[in-house]
Design a protein around this ligand. Structure first.
Ligand code: N1C
Length: 266
């Protein structure tokens, strides 16, 4: 009888210990994740000295915290964008679609030639991050969030739409856009470049849009692709359009050889 009871006690103890470990682990995990996006936000923000990062974080959270993660409209990020005005080098502006890695490898090395949204304060803080709020919760979450295409009004997509619109509005002079020859529709109507940025480029502020079609081995499309006709139709008719097919290794060369003049990269 006594032996039986002791066995019960041991089993109860084990169950309690497992439960405590699970609860502790779970809450620690949550705070750690929570800390991660906040600390990433602050450490990236603090690299740009002249900004009030706490104010930006508060505005960032206000846009999505305690909201249905599929119901965050683009305008929710207006106050955040307004608090961190874009000061892009408007003459060097580079847009992209489907070519993120190639473009950022290049722009990291050729800041003398090109400037992207990720080189602005908010673009660099939120690049590559995933976040959302939840109804009835006061935190920013980084897991269990809707994916890019799960619902239109998800916080990440709404932020990039809002930021891209402000970024395109600021463009001037000769603008470059790197599109991907690895897809059959390089000018994809669903993309932010096609749906937001192109139509906001305005003459005479912007004089030309120069498309670089980045071609890898076995490319599926080039400058003759039908989708580029749509691009030309959507573009302000007073902006001069050009398109050049450029092998990916040539784009990489431009990054690795700083002696190449900006205008002679391809
Ligand atoms: O939908 P896209 O490309 O056409 O968007 C790219 C376009 C660029 O010109 C940028 O100015 O829109 C802007 N932009 C970003 O700067 C950006 N940084 C990171 C849009 N999306 C951005 N991201 C992430 O890339 C975003 O979270 C989503 O996952 C992709 C969209 O890239 P895409 O489809 O290649």
């Amino acid at each position: 009888m006594v032996w039986y009871k002791r066995k019960e006690n041991i089993a109860g103890g084990i169950i309690a210990a497992v439960a405590v470990t699970l609860i502790l682990g779970l809450s620690l995990g949550l705070t750690r994740r929570q800390k991660t996006i906040k600390s990433t936000f602050f450490s990236r923000c603090e690299k740009f000295k002249e900004h009030d990062c706490q104010k930006l974080w508060d505005l960032f959270e206000k846009a999505h915290v305690n909201k249905d993660p599929c119901n965050v409209p683009v305008e929710a990020y207006d106050p955040l964008i307004a608090a961190a005005p874009f000061i892009p080098d408007c003459k060097k502006m580079m847009f992209w679609s489907g070519t993120k890695d190639v473009v950022h490898d290049l722009t990291a090395k050729r800041k003398d030639c090109y400037f992207t949204l990720e080189d602005t304060l908010l673009g660099s803080i939120l690049d590559g991050l995933m976040w959302c709020g939840k109804n009835g919760k006061d935190d920013t979450f980084t897991t269990g969030c809707p994916g890019w295409s799960d619902c239109e009004n998800n916080p990440v997509r709404s932020f990039w739409k809002c930021a891209s619109a402000a970024y395109a509005d600021a463009a001037c002079g000769d603008v470059t856009a790197m599109l991907s020859g690895s897809t059959t529709t390089p000018f994809d109507p669903e993309s932010i470049f096609a749906s937001i940025e192109v139509t906001r480029l305005k003459a005479p502020r912007v004089s030309s849009l120069n498309v670089v079609m980045v071609l890898q081995m076995n490319a599926k499309s080039d400058c003759t692709n039908a989708s580029l006709k749509n691009l030309q139709n959507q573009l302000d008719p007073n902006i001069t359009y050009s398109c050049k097919d450029v092998a990916e290794h040539r784009v990489e060369q431009c990054g690795s050889q700083p002696q190449i003049m900006c205008g002679s990269c391809w």
